[in-house]
Design a binder for this molecule. Sequence first.
Ligand SMILES: [Mn+2]
Length: 278
Amino acid sequence: MGTYAIGDLQGCYEPLRRLLDYISFDPAIDRVWFVGDLVNRGPASLEVLRFVKSLGSAATVVLGNHDLHLVMQAAGFGKANKEDTLDEILAAPDRDELLAWLRAQPLFHVEGDWAMVHAGLLPGWTVAQAQALSDEASAALVAADYREFLANMWGSEPAVWTDDLAGWDRLRVVINAMTRMRYVTAAGAMEFRAEGSKGPPDKGPAGCVPWFAAPGRASADHAIVCGHWSALGFRDEANILALDTGCLWGGCLTAVRLEDRRVFRQPCAQLAKPSGWD
Ligand SMILES: [Mn+2]
């Protein structure tokens, strides 16, 4: 048996099935971790969602920004993007159960010395604190009045975490760090807008470092599986396993077996990269 962590799918169903066949994945004995962004931009988001849900307890999922974008769109919040490919899900007869399942997925997962998050963790957060904060945000996402949270979730401020943050601001920082962040400033503020803020580390915004390279990062005692950053690509270091290898953009889909860090890849079909992609 093995535990396989798989990078951003974004609706790439056929490559996912090919990758699972390639590793001889058996849901009766193996487990799979999905790093988030199951849906959007790619061609088969509905199939991906149905399939991952059908894996039941064999699959562990954390939410990405595109997954939350789908939840927002389904609830009537946020602006649609011209590159969205979510209509098939929104029109599906099983959309309500798919969306209820998606909303109930966590933002962060910890197991032994491993953790998983879609984007990243702020430098001051320990893994235990990140788990507690993820639980706070998840509780708001599954609450009876979750639509009120969605109405207040969008936005990039505040950019800095403080322990006394409360209300929607507090949850918004958690969502933004765990699903959108790439770079932080020397003061630990999230940087979303500056030139280079979606680019590779050698072309990053001035004065910023990748979140995982922040000096003294309090979560460095765990190996963290993440995605979200196709310009970063694959990275296997002691404390960081980055898995967004740009399946959607004609790169490949990557799985890593956590027990021995063996890498498995399948190529993906080329799609044009639109401007404004993330
Ligand atoms: Mn993402």
